[in-house]
Design a protein around this ligand. Structure first.
Ligand code: FAD
Length: 490
């Protein structure tokens, strides 16, 4: 024993039956361990990658992109078998929070916590082509969309994701994926053909239209409740060069600009998807940023599609290129060895919007003028997103014209302001909402969808292991769901 140096072998290593030796941890490192965690009981297959609060890598794995965290232990499995081992460990720690992390860009999905367990599958990030003729690819959950776009580009393929290439496959492809190719090609989940997952009991399952079809339905919109996805198989599509634009306009009348955006964005051909971002007006003026993809390599088409959006204000800056989807996703920063640097808690609300009516534009302009929202985004839907029947995936909100997100600094204040807009909304996209009041679940899933998900949750996760992201509690009865609010936040 080398206890004079203050270093003792991790006793889990002494007890190891597997090949991994376990790390040496100093007494001071061990003193930083959090209560309620059986550190010495970490399965042998995971000992090499495990990170504890006293370890030098700890700060690099404790927070995510938007959120600070201080988990008690981070397990980093690299194979489905190791994920099963991690879940066995998590099942012995249900008194603590459990976070599942792929690339750490969760907003609703916490993927970190204070004193709990995190299962980080970020190292499972392989991207491979399974069948070139069918354009079938297989991706690990830890890959980022930037990496996916770069891997597909040499084949002339793409797979629409979101607007930021740093986001992970695991979180986005279990929720929906409303992105800049959305109107042209649909949601990311619309191209999913199969997933491999490890279920709450540690068993490995495959879900597709043929195998476990109910689970496959559930994973496409409510995946975080059903298991840890260890591989996604997608059928991707040909995408040549596309038109890409970042336009900055100055609006003297944000109410009028929002209304005009509603008309132009919904009237645009489906090859055109334009996201609008704005914030608090200053001295009566709003900076309106538009991020656009036109799925055409023809500069004349790109210019024609974008010109109507110039009605929204005075053009202050423009960047318009014909480029590759890879290069658009490639603008995201890489996460360095120091990991994510999120601090505190993001404060965000989300909704689906059937239409931008004059009343909605008026009320939203007032919200923006309150100065309590620093980030506001409208994402047009429709097009190929609406081609998919509502019953086909657990993501059931196929008909709204827009998805809308607002971020503030104070959850209670933002809730009050957002709830006041509820009559304009019809449901919410579960990736962008940090409000934890239970009625959010009823907005994310229409009543028959929620009921079907709850039945499946009883079958696949009866003890509610996966509960950190829009938790569908299997123990709640139908009557309680019915008693909650449905659809609207009235
Ligand atoms: C800057 C930014 C831009 C974004 N843009 C878009 C956008 O344009 N369109 C869009 O649709 N969304 C967008 N999002 C939302 C994003 O899709 C979700 O936050 C998503 O969950 C992030 O995935 P991740 O793997 O990076 O996150 P993580 O933080 O790793 O995970 C988030 C949650 O997803 C679940 N999860 C993660 N991995 C798995 C897995 N392997 N199996 C099962 N469940 C898992 C867990 O519940 C976890 O808490 C954006 C988010 C950010 C921060």
């Amino acid at each position: 024993m080398n206890s004079e140096l203050g270093i003792v072998p991790d006793s889990s290593a002494r007890a190891a039956s597997g090949p991994a030796p376990g790390r040496l941890r100093s007494a001071s490192a061990r003193a930083m361990r959090r209560p309620g965690i059986d550190y010495d009981g970490v399965p042998g297959s995971l000992r090499e990658g495990v990170v504890e609060p006293g370890d030098s890598e700890y700060l690099a794995v404790s927070s995510n992109y938007l959120r600070g965290g201080a988990p008690g232990i981070v397990l980093r499995p690299e194979t489905p078998g190791q994920v099963a081992d991690a879940l066995a460990f998590a099942r012995r720690h249900t008194h603590l929070p459990l976070g599942v992390r792929s690339a750490g860009h969760g907003v609703s999905g916490r993927s970190t916590n204070d004193g709990g367990v995190v299962i980080d599958v970020g190292r499972m990030n392989r991207i491979e082509v399974l069948d070139r003729d069918r354009r079938l690819i297989r991706i690990g959950p830890g890959a980022t969309w930037k990496q996916v776009a770069a891997a597909l580009d040499p084949y002339g393929w793409a797979l629409g994701s979101g607007d930021y290439g740093g986001v992970g496959v695991g979180g986005l492809a279990t929720a929906g994926g409303i992105g800049l190719l959305g109107r042209a090609h649909g949601l990311t989940i619309d191209h999913l053909r199969a997933v491999d997952l490890v279920l709450a009991d540690g068993s490995q399952a495959r879900a597709s239209a043929e195998e476990n079809p109910e689970l496959f339905w559930a994973v496409r919109g409510a995946g975080a409740n059903f298991g840890v996805v260890t591989a996604f198989e997608f059928e991707v599509y040909d995408v040549a060069e596309v038109g890409w634009a970042k336009l900055t306009l100055v609006s003297d009348d944000i109410e009028k600009s929002l209304l005009r955006f509603g008309e132009v964005a919904t009237g645009a051909p489906r090859d055109t998807t334009v996201f609008l971002v704005t914030g608090r007006p200053r001295q009566g003026r709003s900076i309106v940023q538009l991020f656009a993809i036109v799925d055409s390599p023809d500069p004349a088409v790109v210019a024609e599609r974008l010109t109507p959006f110039l009605d929204l204000g005075a053009l202050a800056q423009q960047e318009v290129f014909v480029t590759r989807y890879r290069d658009i996703m490639g603008q995201a920063h890489d996460v360095g060895p120091d990991g994510h640097q999120g601090r505190g808690e993001p404060v965000s609300r989300s909704a689906f919007l059937p239409a931008i009516t004059p009343e909605y534009a008026r009320d939203t302009a007032e919200l923006l003028r309150s100065g309590r929202v620093h980030f506001f985004e409208l994402r047009p839907m429709g097009g190929a997103i609406a081609d998919v029947p509502a019953g086909e995936t657990a993501f059931a909100h196929r008909t709204p014209a827009f998805q809308v997100t607002a971020m503030g600094a104070d959850q209670v204040d933002l809730n009050a302001r957002w709830d006041a807009l509820a009559d304009h909304f019809d449901g919410l996209y579960l990736s962008f909402d940090t409000d934890r009041r239970p009625e959010r679940l009823d907005e994310a899933f229409p009543p028959p969808v929620l009921e079907r998900l709850r039945e499946l949750k009883r079958r696949y996760d009866p003890h509610n292991l996966f509960r950190d992201n829009f938790n569908i509690d299997p123990r709640t009865g139908h009557e309680a769901v019915g008693a909650g609010r449905t659809g609207r936040n009235s």
